[in-house]
Design a protein around this ligand. Structure first.
Ligand code: ZN
Length: 95
């Protein structure tokens, strides 16, 4: 049976890009988050890295923070903003 990639090269490109960004996200996002965690002294219970559809990140009532793996495609400045924003939710849940 032929590989589905041969039938649809665009799908192969999309899948390769998704895998590439996910690998980079796993590599870079925790490092940047930890950097800001240490600077702010704010400690979440847990940090999750997931593909989210509608937001860049979130912090629940238990101080578990989720960062959207798509944030790897943003500039460092914007990524830092997201990290700091979510860390601030440990202190203030409402804004
Ligand atoms: Zn917020």
């Amino acid at each position: 049976m032929a590989s589905p990639h041969l039938a649809d090269p665009q799908q192969a490109i999309d899948e390769a890009l998704r895998a590439f960004y996910l690998e980079k996200a796993k590599e870079k996002l925790p490092k940047r988050f930890l950097y800001w965690q240490n600077i702010t002294g704010l400690k979440p219970l847990k940090v999750h890295y997931r593909h989210l559809q509608k937001c860049w990140g979130g912090c629940n009532e238990d101080d578990e923070i989720t960062i959207n793996t798509e944030a790897i495609k943003l500039s460092n400045k914007v990524l830092d903003y997201i990290n700091i924003h979510e860390l601030c939710h440990i202190v203030n849940k409402n804004h």
